[in-house]
Ligand binder design. Structure first.
Ligand SMILES: [Zn+2]
Length: 239
């Protein structure tokens, strides 16, 4: 029994397809970004899968909208004991009350926020958001430099921003790459995967065969890294 996979873009939506020894086609929409994954019987080909996805687009869009409207995580209260992810590691937050400027650091197993006792919760969230951005700003230049050398292209500009449905994106004309701030919560391997993925778009717009081959060549374990980025399915439908 053989399995094959494909990476399609259907009406602007990225779809991962895996062909398996199964009877029915399954479509799943995965949090947090609403990634679409299809398990398809081997008798089907990419075009037939594409058609099946198009037929289910209203359902897929509803699932994605639900995910995007759902609160990202239970609202963070920014109190001691609460857990927060940093580079794929779950850390307990410790609030260290002290006057003066806020400051965040990883200390031992903990993520420590030094802040005045009366600092409001939304301010504390803002500090954390800035800190995550800082982590990315420190990590990204080395990764980009490494992959610029390997792929023999340059990245003239990159930016960190909050995105609801994407881990990264790029403008092929200006070569500008955007990174989702949420990447600072994931294992660094995931960030590298996004760097390589977006840079691979310089050579290939779509997620077709050519794109998959590029990824296989340069980052053979990219599928595992991608799966690490995307959790368990929100819902799965069979027909
Ligand atoms: Zn892409």
């Amino acid at each position: 029994m053989s399995t094959a996979s494909a990476y399609l873009t259907v009406r602007g939506i990225d779809v991962d397809v895996i062909y398996k020894d199964i009877k029915n086609l399954h479509i799943g929409v995965y949090p947090p970004m609403g990634r679409v994954r299809v398990a398809a019987p081997q008798r089907l080909d990419d075009d037939q899968v594409r058609l099946a996805v198009i037929q289910r687009l209203p359902w897929i869009k509803r699932q994605r909208k639900e995910l995007q409207d759902a609160p990202r995580q239970s609202e963070r209260e920014m109190v001691t004991g609460e857990s927060h992810y940093v580079w794929g590691v779950r850390r307990r937050l410790k609030i260290a009350e002290r006057p003066g400027r806020a400051h965040l650091e990883v200390y031992g197993e903990r993520l420590v926020l030094y802040t005045p006792a009366d600092s409001p919760v939304d301010k504390r969230r803002e500090y954390l958001d800035h800190w995550y951005r800082e982590q990315l700003r420190e990590a990204i230049p080395d990764l980009i430099a490494r992959w610029e050398a390997k792929l023999e292209v340059s990245v003239p500009k990159w930016t960190i921003r909050r995105m609801k449905t994407k881990w990264g994106s790029c403008n092929r004309e200006t070569r500008h790459i955007w990174f989702n701030v949420e990447l600072a919560k994931k294992h660094p391997d995931c960030l590298e995967y996004i760097v390589v993925h977006e840079m691979a778009h310089y050579f290939e717009r779509n997620h077709g065969d050519r794109f998959t081959k590029l990824m296989d060549k340069y980052l053979p374990d990219w599928r595992g890294r991608r799966d690490q980025l995307n959790g368990a399915p929100l819902a799965e439908e069979t027909w």
